[in-house]
Design a protein around this ligand. Sequence first.
Ligand code: ATP
Ligand code: MG
Length: 420
Amino acid sequence: MRQSTLFTKTRREDPANEESINAKLLIRGGFIHKEMAGVYTLLPLGLRVFNNIMGIIREEMNGIGGQEMLMTTLQDPDLWKKTGRWTEEGANAHNGLPWFKTKLSTGNELGIANTHEETLTNILRGHISSYKDLPCYMYQFQNKFRNELRAKSGIMRAREFVMKDLYSFSKTEEEFREFYEACASAYLRIFSRLGLGDRTYRTFASGGAFSKFSDEFQTLSEAGEDIIYIAKEKNIAINKEVFTDDVLAEMNVKREEFEEYKAIEVGNIFPLGTKYSETLGLLYRTEQGTEKPVVMGSYGIGVGRAMGTIVEALHDERGIVWPASVAPFQVHIIVLQGGEQEAEKLYQALEKQGTETLLDDREDKTPGERFADADLIGIPVRIVVSAKTVAMSLGELKKRTEKEPEMIPLNAIPAFFTQS
Ligand code: ATP
Ligand code: MG
C-alpha cells in the first residue's frame, strides 16, 4: 500500500483523556479512533492487525475441533431469566454480567449480548439429543457489550469489544477435561504466536458459581488491572482473588515461594459443569438409554485486549513494536530523494511475491518525520532507499527491534522476506 493514499494521519501529541499507553500509541499511529470512553473504531491499520490476531486464534480453535458460527447481539430476556442472569442481583451472583439493555417499540425489554452461554445452550436443544451428537465445540468472534465501570485501559477494557468465545459440550466430565486441557494448550500457543509467550502464565483463578477454579491467561505488564502470584521455579501462577492459605495448602505450596506481579487477563477458560444444560434442558440419551445433562465449558479471548496487550508489552519510547505475526505490514519502505525509481521497483517485487509492504511515498514529509512515523507505526522491517544507497545498489534495512541498520543489495531484498 502507498502511504500517500492512507487516509489516516499520525499525530505527535498524545490524545487528551487517555491514560493507557496502548490507546495513546494506537491513536497516535492511526490504528484506532476513540468514539467515547471505552468505545473505539478500528481504522485500516488497526483492522489489519486485528484480522491477523483473529487469524491466529481461528487457526488454533479450528485445530482443536472448533466450528465457527455467529450468534446475535440482541437477546431475549426470557432465556436469561431462566438462569437468573437477567436481573442485576442475579447477574452479580453469577459472575457479574454488566448488561446494556434496550427496548422494542412496544416497550418490551431486550438484552444486548455480553456473553452467550444461554443462547448457544438453547440453540443446541434443537440439534443435540444423543451421545452420538457429542462432543461438539462452537466458537465465534462477536461484539460484546458490557457496561464496564472503569474504562481507563484503552482497548483492553472497552464497553463494546470483539470476543472469541468458544463453548464446549461433552458427554462426561472426563471428556470435558480432555478438551479443556487441549484448549489451555491452544491458548498458550496463541499467546506465543502473538509474541507474548515469554510473559503469559496459565493462572489459577476463582471459578465463579460453577466450579472451584477457572484458568486465566495472564500477561505480565505494569498496565495490568490484576495482581497475580508466581512461583517461577514450579511454574505455578495464582490470581490474588484465590491466593489464600487454604488454596496454598491444597496445592502443597508455600506463600514464600511466590512473587507478586501486575498482569493483564488476556484469556479465561471456565468449567461450567451442567449448570446451564440442566436449567435450560440440554439433555442427551446415553448408550444405555438414560438421559443426562450435557457437560459444558466456556473459553474467551478478547481480541482488542490481546492487541492492546501486545502494544503494552512490546513498545519502546519511539512507538509500537509489532511482532511479524500480527504486524499491519511486513516491510515499510521509505523513499528518500533520488531513490524513487528503485524504491518503486522494490515495492512492486515485494507486492508481487505477497510480502505486505507499506511504501512511504509521501512528498510533504521530511525524512525525520518519516523515520519517526515508521517507528511509531512499528512495522518489523524498515528499508530506506535513497540516492546514496541506490548509487551502491543497496538498500538500508533496519529491524524495528534493532538499533543498527544493515546494507543489503537491492536485488537481494525480496528473497530476505521469503526466507524469514
Ligand atoms: P475482567 O475480569 O477483565 O473484567 P472478565 O472476567 O469479565 O474480564 P470474561 O467474561 O472471562 O472476562 O471474558 C473473556 C475474555 O474477554 C477476557 O479474558 C478478556 O480477554 C476479554 N474481555 C473481557 N472484558 C473485556 C472488555 N471490557 N474489553 C475487552 N476485552 C474484554
Ligand atoms: Mg475473567
